[in-house]
Ligand binder design. Structure first.
Ligand code: BYC
Length: 333
């Protein structure tokens, strides 16, 4: 999918005055909706922004496997287990496409993984909340994947080619994830009063964290303006959050559920659902590493990484053996 000949680290240097003309040409390409490819010249800030966003996105997919993976052995039926297993595998795959796209920016996957494991890189706030009941699996699919799609569909038109192309496949899979989640919620809501109460409890706990997934409000978002100029982002955090609320509230009402927001009301004049104030102190606390499950998630990731060392070593030894054999054959010929 991507070119193999990557720009080297030597090209990572601050923008010099003579680069201003190149920068203007670069912006003109962006404005003309051309895709930027790995070996094209790009401003250092563009490269850094993409490396940060794509790798954080990859980390989110990988850490995102944990809260749901937790329920694979406890899924209520074989059909539910098969669907959940496939979904969690898809997330692993998304992480891999995204690390591959991020590597085209000249930083190795090992380095990105190290940034995650050492706590220097962020991953989505949402994965620091616990999955307490089976209904949480429904709520994650419906709300978390629903929010993810809302944010990710515009990324299919991102100006950086490898990221945009990776997002096309990811979005197709996310759409299946969202539907399987909504179907779990629908089944619970049409079930016994206890099952419906479980669905309501899951909505109560996941609603506000799902709204936080879109990031800080526009006035507090550090990167949005520049990322919009570079067409990495196509919509602001608040615009996407509003689109999500408008799409999701009718779905929740159809389920017969109540949203945990007394200020939620439909504004006939604007055609939008108005919602209450997000608790930004909670968001800041979670991204600072102090959410309910941050420590547990990172501990699990570090353990999985350590336990996977033998796989990496074996793959490397096998690749070396094949290379040596090829060289021997070439010498013999
Ligand atoms: N959580 O200036 P801003 C999934 C950080 S995975 C944590 O608005 P930007 C799925 C932000 O990084 C979902 N941190 O930033 C997987 C920045 O900090 P740094 C992941 C957050 O980048 C499995 C600071 O706050 N999706 O879908 O312009 C199962 C200021 O923010 C969050 C993606 O990664 C957050 N929620 O906009 C199910 C999508 N929000 O880096 C589902 C790609 C903000 O300066 N990413 N921060 O230290 C994006 O679209 C953008 O990066 C964001 C933030 C909208 C998230």
């Amino acid at each position: 999918m991507y070119t193999q000949a990557l720009n080297t680290k030597e090209t990572l240097r601050p923008v010099a005055p003579e680069d201003m003309e190149r920068e203007a040409r670069f912006q003109a390409r962006i404005d003309a909706e051309e895709k930027i490819e790995p070996n094209d010249w790009m401003p250092e800030g563009y490269r850094r922004t993409l490396a940060r966003q794509i790798s954080q996105h990859a980390h989110s997919e990988i850490v995102g496997m944990l809260p749901e993976g937790n329920w694979i052995t406890r899924a209520p039926t074989l059909r539910r287990k098969a669907a959940l297993l496939a979904k969690v595998q898809d997330e692993g795959g998304h992480g891999l496409y995204l690390y591959a796209a991020a590597e085209t920016l000249g930083i190795s996957r090992e380095e990105y993984v190290e940034q995650l494991l050492s706590g220097r890189a962020k991953y989505s706030s949402i994965f620091n909340y616990p999955t307490l009941t089976w209904a949480d699996i429904g709520a994650i699919g419906w709300l978390v994947d629903g929010a993810a799609i809302m944010n990710q569909i515009p990324l299919c038109r991102c100006s950086y080619g490898p990221y945009a192309r990776a997002m096309i496949r990811i979005c197709k899979e996310e759409s299946f994830h969202q539907r399987q989640g909504y179907e779990i919620m629908l089944t619970l809501c049409r079930g016994t009063p206890e099952q419906k109460a479980m669905a309501q409890d899951a909505l109560n706990r996941w609603w506000w964290p799902s709204l936080m997934m879109f990031g800080p409000s526009d006035k507090d978002s550090q990167h949005s303006d520049q990322s919009m100029r570079w067409k990495i982002k196509r919509f602001s955090n608040d615009e996407l959050r509003q689109k999500f609320v408008d799409a999701t509230v009718p779905q929740g009402l159809y389920l017969g559920l109540t949203f945990p927001d007394p200020d939620l009301k439909f504004n006939e004049a604007t055609g939008h659902w108005e919602f209450g104030e997000i608790d930004w102190s909670e968001f800041k606390n979670v991204i600072a590493g102090n959410g309910p499950c941050n420590k547990q998630r990172m501990k699990q990731r570090r353990k999985a990484h350590e336990e996977g060392a033998w796989v990496r070593e074996a793959a490397l030894a096998y690749a070396q053996k094949r290379k040596a054999r090829r060289e021997q054959r070439a010498q013999a010929a």
